[in-house]
Ligand binder design. Structure first.
Ligand code: GLP
Length: 240
C-alpha cells in the first residue's frame, strides 16, 4: 500500500484528478471504476475543469460505479446514477451508454449478474476510485461481508444509514438495501486509489493500514492488493 498525504483537500483532489486524467490520456479507452459520497466530489470538479480547459477526451472511456441504492431509479435525486450524472458524467464528453451504475430497481439478481458480465466484457476495471465508510466499508460492503463476494444485494447497517441520512430529508428515507460490487469484484481491479479526508476517517484508515486483515474491517483486504494508493489529508492520516 502506498500512502500520499496532503496538507489540504484541494491539493489532494488535484492530485487524484491528475492520476485519472493521465490514465485516460495514456489509454483513451480506459475502464474507470467510480465512486460516490462526498469523498470524490472535489476530484470530479477538477476533472470537469480540466475537460473544459484542456479538452481531455472521454469519448472512448467506459465507467463502472461501485454501488446503487435499492429502490431508487436514476431519476431520484439521491440515486447514485443521478449523483454521477450531475457531479461528473454530464460535464464530460462521455456517451452515457458507456457509463454503468448497478440497477437498483427491477430484477436485482439479474442486475447483479449482468453487472459482473459487463465488467468482464469491458476487459475489467483499470483504475478504481474508492472512498471508505467510518466503519471501514468499501462500496456498500459492510463489516462482516465475505471477502469472496461478487456484485450482490446487501443490507445497510444503521450506522451507514445514519451516516448517509444527511443527503436525504430524514434517516427514514434512506434505503435499507443496496446493490454493490463485492469485495472480490473490487480486488480484481488493476489499480486502486482510495480517498479519505477529515478526522472522522482516521480510525478506519489506521485499522485498514495497520490492523489485521479481517472481514470486520472490509477495507483491510486492500493490504493484499498489489496496487493501492491512499490519498489522505493530514487529519485522516493522523492515527497512522
Ligand atoms: C457510501 C458509499 C461509499 C463511500 C462512503 C463514504 O456509503 N457507498 O462508496 O465511500 O459512503 O462516504 P463519504 O465519501 O461521503 O464519506
Amino acid at each position: 500500500m502506498q500512502i500520499q498525504i496532503f496538507q489540504d483537500e484541494e491539493s489532494l483532489h488535484r492530485a487524484v484528478a491528475k492520476e485519472l486524467i493521465e490514465a485516460v490520456k495514456t489509454k483513451p479507452n480506459t475502464v474507470l471504476g467510480l465512486s460516490t459520497g462526498s469523498s470524490p466530489l472535489g476530484t470530479y470538479a477538477n476533472m470537469i475543469k480540466d475537460h473544459q480547459v484542456s479538452g481531455t477526451d472521454y469519448s472512448d472511456v467506459v465507467t463502472f460505479n461501485l454501488d446503487e441504492y435499492v429502490g431508487l431509479d436514476g431519476t431520484h435525486s439521491q440515486s447514485y446514477r443521478y449523483f454521477m450524472n450531475t457531479s461528473l458524467l454530464n460535464h464530460l464528453n462521455i456517451p452515457l451508454n458507456q457509463t454503468n451504475v448497478p440497477n437498483g430497481t427491477g430484477d436485482l439478481k439479474e442486475a447483479c449478474e449482468s453487472y459482473e458480465a459487463k465488467i468482464v466484457s469491458a476487459g475489467g476495471i483499470d483504475l478504481q476510485l474508492l472512498g471508505i465508510g467510518t466503519n471501514g466499508h468499501i462500496g456498500f460492503n459492510e463489516p462482516g461481508t465475505a471477502f469472496d463476494t461478487r456484485t450482490h444485494v446487501t443490507q445497510l447497517l444503521q450506522e451507514t444509514i445514519d451516516g448517509n441520512a444527511r443527503f436525504f430529508d430524514s434517516a427514514a428515507d434512506v434505503p435499507k438495501e443496496a446493490v454493490t460490487m463485492g469485495i472480490d469484484t473490487i480486488m480484481d481491479v488493476k489499480k486502486i486509489i482510495l480517498i479519505a479526508y477529515g478526522s472522522k476517517k482516521a480510525a478506519a484508515i489506521r485499522e485498514m493500514v495497520n490492523g489485521p486483515v479481517t472481514d470486520s474491517m472490509p477495507a483491510s483486504i486492500l493490504q493484499k492488493h498489489q496496487d493501492v494508493t491512499l490519498f489522505l489529508d493530514e487529519e485522516a492520516a493522523s492515527l497512522l
